[in-house]
Design a protein around this ligand. Structure first.
Ligand code: FES
Length: 107
């Protein structure tokens, strides 16, 4: 178990406790976190699960693969250096407490 925290554009904070192996996208969808759409269900084919990872967590994430990199270029909100697809962020002991910011738009 570990927690993911989602910060909405208006500053609303949601903190979810999730089992290891759960993606930040899956947890958001299962718990109705606003602003995570996830049209493709986690296949790296939509970029509607785009999030901005809090800077202090960036170096704890698995390296970005080429598919994720390409999809982030299609994101509806501005791509930033800390942009990631939340379907590719999977809870593990190292990521307990991870904080992400939800973009203004996903579509
Ligand atoms: Fe579609 Fe993450 S859910 S790319």
């Amino acid at each position: 178990m570990g927690s993911f925290t989602y910060i909405a554009p208006d500053g609303t904070v949601r903190r979810l406790e999730v089992p290891d192996g759960t993606s930040a996208m899956q947890a958001a969808i299962a718990n109705g976190v606003a602003g995570i759409v996830a049209e493709c269900g986690g296949s790296q084919m939509c970029a509607t699960c785009h999030v901005y990872v809090a800077d202090e967590w960036l170096n704890k994430l698995a390296p970005m693969q080429a598919t994720e990199d390409a999809m982030l270029d299609t994101a509806a909100s501005e791509r930033k250096p800390n942009s990631r697809l939340s379907c590719q962020i999977v809870m593990s002991p190292e990521l307990d407490g991870l904080v992400v910011h939800v973009p203004e738009r996903q579509v």
